[in-house]
Design a protein around this ligand. Structure first.
Ligand SMILES: *[C@@H]1O[C@H](CO)[C@@H](O)[C@H](O)[C@H]1NC(C)=O
Ligand SMILES: *[C@@H]1O[C@H](CO)[C@@H](O)[C@H](O)[C@H]1NC(C)=O
Ligand SMILES: *[C@@H]1O[C@H](CO)[C@@H](O)[C@H](O)[C@H]1NC(C)=O
Length: 176
């Protein structure tokens, strides 16, 4: 995992075009098993020209949930979205017990840890909310913590409970 993280840092520093502005272009949430969970909302809100955020709420119908994995894929648009640098599956329950175990997941987790009620160890016995992930917050973390080259990106997440994919979430971003 560390070797992988160093490789990510090197690749990002070799790609010199550094972005300064993030726009959310689309946000899609699909429940694959509505007996298990469903989205109450999943949307991009624009409060004004400069303040935009994504917000999502998931209802869980079979609580407590004790076994969760999340698979993340980062995609960059060339002609069509292509896998870019990162595609990994993390055991969320292990990770939440020991956040230092996985530096890349930690990097992405830090985007949501203060704005989501998923920031505790397993089990999950309540609806899940991620409230107001704003472009400012993404900008700050993308440009100040790790620099990403400009372009159109898509982050795909598969939410897996008891080894079955229950939901797929896709966030489309453009960095200019
Ligand atoms: C946009 O809305 C946010 C939140 O309500 C506010 O803090 C900010 O000042 C607004 N910006 C402009 C340019 O109106
Ligand atoms: C990760 O890569 C595999 C193999 O290419 C693909 O099937 C899977 O959908 C990817 N995962 C995500 C979350 O994009
Ligand atoms: C978890 O997120 C809430 C907001 O949803 C925040 O108030 C709290 O400080 C966070 N806790 C941890 C341990 O990060």
């Amino acid at each position: 995992m560390c070797v992988c993280f160093i490789r990510l840092l090197i690749m990002l520093s070799v790609l010199k075009l550094i972005s300064t502005r993030t726009e959310f272009t689309n946000f899609k949430c699909d429940s694959l098993d509505k007996e298990f969970s469903d989205f109450e909302y999943c949307s991009i809100k624009a409060i004004n020209r400069s303040y935009k955020y994504v917000t999502v709420k998931v209802k869980l119908f079979q609580v407590p949930v004790t076994k969760v994995k999340v698979s993340f894929g980062l995609y960059k648009r060339f002609s069509g979205y292509r896998p870019f640098l990162y595609n990994v599956t993390v055991d969320a329950c292990n990770f939440l017990r020991n956040r230092k175990s996985n530096p890349i997941t930690s990097y992405f987790y830090d985007f949501i840890k203060d704005i989501s009620n998923m920031n505790h160890t397993c089990p999950f016995d309540h609806d899940l909310v991620m409230d107001k992930l704003s472009t400012e917050l993404v900008n700050h973390r993308l440009t100040n913590v790790l620099s990403f080259p400009e372009g159109d990106y898509m982050v795909e997440m598969h939410w897996i409970a008891y080894d079955i994919t229950r939901a797929v979430v896709k966030l489309y971003l453009s960095l200019t």
